[in-house]
Write a protein that binds this ligand. Sequence first.
Ligand code: KG4
Ligand code: ZN
Length: 415
Amino acid sequence: MKILGIETSCDETGVCLVEGTGTFESHDVRFTVLGNALYSQIAVHAVYGGVYPNLARREHVNNLVPMLTECLKQANCLIEQPTPTTTASRSDLAEILLREPELLIHIEEFLRQYGRPNIDAIAVTHGPGLEPALWVGVNFAKALSAAWNIPIVAVNHMEGHSIISMFNATNGTTQCLLKKDGDETLGCATSKGSGSEYSMRDIVFSLLSILISGGHTEIVLSRSWREYEVIGQTYDDAIGEAFDKVARLMDLPYPGGPEISRMATQARERNLAERPAFALPRPVLHDGTFNFSFSGLKTAVRRIVESFGLMNDEDKMVLAREFENAAADVIVAKAMRAIEHYGVASVIVGGGVSANVHIRRRLAEAIDDTATLLFPTPSLATDNALMIAIAGYFDAVKGKYINPNDLRANGNLSL
Ligand code: KG4
Ligand code: ZN
């Protein structure tokens, strides 16, 4: 089955075409990436130090058709045709894209030039995320579905982050970033382009998903396949949001996560001395829940930065390391508490912050042999359309499609 994934929940515009075989029950699920196009809006938002929903929306409107074109081109599915063949009238498409008139123009141009590709289903992120951004992807999916007469699967973005961690790259240029005693569960960096193949690892339940991203910090318990119970979440800021805000306080560019990580790594490599004045709290560490709080940590960094005055690179490295240590301490403590409490067999770490090498290492050391630990390939930890295509496949293969009239973006969608 060929499935087209569409992702626009935040600041990445992604379109991916995969071919999947198997079902979870058959214990042999494989995907071949036929085309994968991802446009990162980071440079656009970096100027403002954060993501602006309406700017993100505009960028998705401008970049979805170019990403679709690139994806189908990689997949050899871009078929030039002399006469347009769509199953939707101009007024159908105009109604679907009433709020995205520029996207309507791009799509009409595309449909005039290219024929219907050989695709079985469309998977689109319908939440959670920035609602103006989500709507662009949702309406784009509806328009393609109408134009090509292809059914739609609605995908929860967080399920995409969780499910992608269950897959191993089985070919492509694979380079392991982290290894522990020959154990490759720490994840590998691999080419995510067309031709890459992924196969599903063996998953033993109960499964704990630690989902750490720019918008979420959640611990989710799954007692069986695709059954989710959120047992812990943040009271305030998400962990990635905290990385981004702390970086901004230190005058580091957006997105802050990779910058903080880079500075913290340098502090460790240079063995820079700790500074008592830079000590940060470990919020809600001992509150007996699986919840988190990151806004206090950010406020503590703000106070330090304000009282310290101008910071040089070394000062920033030491503070970044302390922040990363504090974030890792709370993630590890809550994860271990949940693992022990529920006696889980497998642990998944997903979402943009799961790209963080220090947090990976700390979790791997703490969990050790207590449970099987699964990380996403680092290049697939942050938002992408491959995870949406793969997560959507499991509904598509069972014929669980959504009526386009019932499909809506939902910024607060939960698992
Ligand atoms: O999953 P994601 O791409 O988007 C959301 O769904 O939110 O996550 C983006 C977040 C950003 O806050 C970014 O700073 C953070 O992931 N991030 C990292 C790293 N790479 C990305 N945080 C810490 N360390 C990293 N290496
Ligand atoms: Zn995400």
